[in-house]
Design a protein around this ligand. Structure first.
Ligand code: HEC
Length: 189
């Protein structure tokens, strides 16, 4: 087999392998690690392994305090990709290529050995936001928002009026609700 053919085969095998393992990290020239994989239309493939990212907060909007049906039921477990957390610790800014995932979980029990309260039940899907000058040059703050239906392999970009508008108006920093993330506030330089 020629050297060229062998190199081609190796390359293809490597691509297949990284695809199968769902590798979602790449390192760029500056040494920064990037997270998230995208379709050719810049839609975010359903992130994997985000539960191993940096956990920044868990707001809860229980149905029973929201007329029986919260907009995002009910626990919101929020994770930021580790490369962007590193950047945040150094600069106090959300870098280009930040990926934030919000995973929803229902309220399960309301009584436990520790007292009355809201205790997490089952997972109920995710939402995400990605900041990228290159991919979303026309979106406010270069943030794109994604909804996931649990069937498609990637998220669908949402209209700015559906997501971004409320974030722009109410979030403390760059469309992120810093006011609810003590983990980020504590790490801000
Ligand atoms: C009416 C206001 C409102 C709308 C509309 C809204 N959000 Fe949010 N979002 C919030 C608030 C408040 C938080 C933080 C507290 C919480 O999780 O309840 C949040 C948190 C998030 C987070 C975690 C990071 C952050 O910025 O705090 C993501 C990701 C997110 N929302 C995605 C979306 C997506 C995707 C949509 C559109 C389908 C959307 N949001 C629509 C108010 C909104």
């Amino acid at each position: 087999m020629s050297k060229f053919k062998r190199a081609l085969l190796c390359g293809t095998a490597l691509l297949l392998l990284t695809g199968l393992l769902g590798v979602t990290t790449q390192t760029i020239a500056s040494g920064e690690r990037l997270y998230g994989r995208f379709t050719k239309d810049n839609e975010l493939y359903t992130p994997r392994n985000y539960r191993e990212w940096v956990f920044i907060g868990a707001s809860v909007t229980p149905n029973d305090l929201n007329d029986g049906s919260a907009a995002f039921p009910e626990f919101h477990n929020v994770y930021i990709d580790p490369g962007s957390y590193e950047h945040w610790k150094k600069t106090g800014e959300f870098r280009n290529n930040t990926v934030i995932v919000k995973e929803l979980a229902s309220v399960g029990d309301t009584e436990a050995a520790s007292g009355n309260g809201y205790f997490p039940g089952e997972f109920g899907g995710i939402a995400a936001m990605v900041k990228s000058e290159k991919r979303y040059p026309d979106r406010p703050g270069n943030w794109a928002y994604f909804g996931f239906d649990g069937k498609s392999r990637h998220g669908a970009i949402q209209d700015d009026s559906a997501c971004s508008a409320c974030h722009q108006e109410n979030a403390d920093q760059d469309q992120v609700f810093l006011q609810f993330y003590p983990v980020l506030r504590a790490a801000k330089p």
